[in-house]
Design a protein around this ligand. Structure first.
Ligand SMILES: [Zn+2]
Length: 684
């Protein structure tokens, strides 16, 4: 490849071989992808045309290594589209989505290569392969079968066409939500409009207005603004306005997600049928830890009734609170956060405005790095722009070297603030995956959050934000500590119902008293957080869990019900949601965590489709795993930490997940610790 104008096609002579962000422009991607698609397919043609007999090395390992150049650009593209995506890049994203999907289909349906892979697979039992090589061979074969490699004739063409169309629709779905979120503004124009809002929220609303060139204060539909607004605004009318806008995302008549979702469901169903499954849920679950829809329902049904019973109790407390405030006692969904916060403050003497000064972003970054050091022996050393000379894609982004002694383990990027061109929510992704085969490759991992900047002072986090920070850091460590030979088995490339184990598990260390005592210091006085306050924060972790569990579990159940349907043609997802809520008995006051027209987890991509349950599945694993540390009486027990490192954080997909968990815990996972943690374990 010799296009000496396109930085995406050059060797990256940057420190750490980071992408040369300052040179990359949106128009570079289409020609770079065109060249790299051709190069990648050419490489696979060569593997297929090899005259030597197929072997693990010349087929399986060679395929695993073949995509590196394309991967480098693709990961950069995916990261920029999520983290810093002006309109020009969004247009390229729409243009590229079907082309990327079409390329993946061509690879997945490469008949010549699959014939050789299949030949190696058939000899698996007699080949002299180690455990990781066996695992790679099995995983790669399953990947091909599940993406249509064994289909013939018209079925084969149809399957590929569906994949391309799905990519298109899913991108459109995500971009519609982004447009609804950043396009909306609730202006707060008088002191009366700001009633009840704490200082930090006023500052964030001020910042949001400035970013949009507006005067005064605005609330957008970024979760970091709208959720605090619903929590603190004493203006019931404005809360209702914000709540209605927040829950109608995806239903804007000019960019309606409902017909898009319907077509996505129909196409998924058709793909599942082509591969011999009754419905999409059966197809999706066949390659996860759960295996079957019945296993998912068995888990969700354990929490559903206890959670509804908790909601009934919580509602009584909210009604009493409303009466005490002289407000209407008929609770509406836009009252829940507001009243719950009042009850929480009264019950635990916790006021976020008092708690937050102990949780500055910098202190909590130091806390999570300290935990990683004590558990896994890695140090995070910040490299400023002056030191590295590398401009990153936005001045908000910070860079840390991750070191174990002299060894560079990887690179960690932190992108923590909300911006108009950035997707909402929090996530981890990679710019480069760890691997050893063919030469050591160190990972480059990025964590994204959407914290609101505190105007003119250090950024202060709520305790929920702190948990989110630790959560994404758990994913980050899963990518950074990965220690495998092959890219396909690296880091977070594990089944969806396992991938949230390392992340949710890490949240536990945010509530460990000795961690807080050391790092949670008052931002102005430097005083450590009082022990009594830590205790109250810990006690409050089960508060409002009926509401949270019902909101989450109803979304998980509705996702399963949608994808278990065999005839999604003609489905109206808004009506389906209403009917399912009725059938399940979802309390009206709770609302949905994700209404279907903006349920990006299941429609912006296929990853969480028939898979929103995975958070709770993994929560069973993580609560049980952390229980091991509690039983040991030490959150940093070194023998347990070593096992955790070996079998979970460094293992990637090199080992079947059930057996990896058993190797760590000494037995199968139990659900009781998860139920106890949510306050749902009824003690008779
Ligand atoms: Zn996660």
């Amino acid at each position: 490849m010799t296009d000496n104008r396109n930085p995406l096609l050059q060797d990256w002579q940057t420190p750490y071989q980071l992408p040369p962000f300052h040179q990359i422009r949106p128009e570079h991607f289409a020609p770079a992808f065109a060249a790299l698609f051709e190069q990648h397919l050419g490489g696979i043609d060569a593997l297929a045309d090899n005259q030597a007999a197929p072997t693990f090395d010349n087929t399986v390992a060679a395929f695993d290594a073949a995509g590196a150049s394309l991967d480098r650009v693709r990961l950069t593209f995916e990261n920029l589209c999520a983290s810093e995506s002006p309109a020009a890049l969004q247009a390229v994203e729409r243009e590229m989505a079907p082309l990327l999907a079409a390329h993946d289909s061509k690879v997945a349906m490469h008949a010549g290569f699959f014939a050789r892979l299949d030949a190696v697979h058939q000899q698996a039992a007699v080949l002299d392969l180690n455990e990781e090589q066996q695992r790679l061979l099995q995983r790669m074969h399953i990947d091909f079968v599940r993406t249509g490699a064994t289909l013939q004739g018209l079925d084969r063409e149809r399957f590929a066409a569906i994949a391309t169309r799905l990519a298109d629709l899913q991108t459109q779905f995500a971009q519609n939500i982004l447009a609804d979120e950043s396009g909306y503004q609730l202006p707060l124009t008088s002191e009366a409009d700001l009633a009840g809002l704490p200082d930090f929220l006023r500052q964030s609303a001020r910042g949001a207005a400035k970013e949009r060139g507006a005067e005064g204060y605005v609330i957008t539909l970024s979760r970091s603004l709208v959720q605090p607004f619903l929590t603190w605004s004493t203006r019931r009318d404005l809360r209702e306005t914000a709540w209605r806008a927040w829950t109608s995302r995806g239903e804007n008549p000019t960019r309606d997600n409902r017909p898009i979702a319907r077509e996505i469901l129909m196409l998924r169903q058709e793909q599942a049928r082509l591969l011999g499954y009754e419905n999409f849920a059966d197809y999706a679950l066949a390659d996860r830890m759960a295996g079957k829809a019945s296993a998912v329902h068995a888990l969700l049904s354990q929490v559903w009734e206890p959670a509804k019973a908790s909601v009934a109790q919580e509602l009584k407390a909210l009604a009493a609170q409303a009466a005490a405030l002289g407000e209407p006692t008929g609770i509406e969904p836009w009252d829940w956060y507001y009243l719950a916060e009042k009850v929480r403050v009264a019950r635990y003497a916790l006021d976020d405005a008092q708690v937050k000064p102990y949780f500055s972003l910098d202190a909590m970054l130091a806390a999570m790095f300290d935990c990683a050091d004590r558990l896994f022996g890695v140090k995070f050393i910040e490299q400023t722009r002056e030191q590295t000379g590398v401009p990153l894609y936005h001045p908000d982004v910070r860079l840390w070297e991750v070191r174990r002694g002299d060894e560079l383990v990887g690179l960690f990027l932190g992108d923590n603030y909300a911006r108009p061109n950035k997707q909402g929510g929090a996530w981890m992704h990679v710019y480069r995956r760890q691997r050893r085969h063919g030469g050591k490759v160190t990972p480059i991992v990025v964590n994204n959050n959407n914290f609101a900047r505190t105007d003119g002072g250090p950024t202060l986090l709520s305790f929920d934000d702190v948990r989110t920070l630790f959560h994404e850091f758990g994913h980050g460590l899963h990518g950074l500590l990965s220690d495998v030979n092959y890219g396909r088995l690296s880091g977070t490339n594990v089944p969806q119902d396992y991938v949230e184990l390392p992340s949710q598990l890490m949240e536990n260390w945010a509530t460990v008293p000795e961690v807080l005592a050391k790092h949670a210091r008052h931002v102005t006085t430097g005083e450590p957080i009082p022990a009594a306050l830590i205790e109250r924060i810990r006690a409050s972790q089960t508060f409002n869990q009926g509401f949270s569990t019902v909101a989450y579990t109803s979304s998980a159940l509705i996702d399963m019900a949608l994808h278990l349907r065999r005839d999604p043609a003609g489905i109206d997802i808004a009506q389906f949601e209403i009917d399912e809520r009725e059938r399940l008995g979802v309390p009206r006051e709770v609302g949905m965590r994700h209404r279907l027209p903006h349920f990006g987890h299941i429609f912006s991509g296929g990853y969480y489709a028939a898979g929103y349950y995975v958070y709770m599945w993994a929560e069973v694993l993580e609560a049980d795993a952390f229980d091991a540390f509690e039983e040991a009486g030490d959150a940093f027990d070194s023998a347990l930490a070593d096992k955790l490192h070996r079998y979970v954080y460094s293992a990637g997909d090199s080992r079947e997940q059930g057996s990896a968990f058993r190797a760590f815990r000494g037995r199968d996972p139990r659900a009781e610790p998860m139920l106890r943690k949510r306050g749902l374990l009824r003690t008779e």
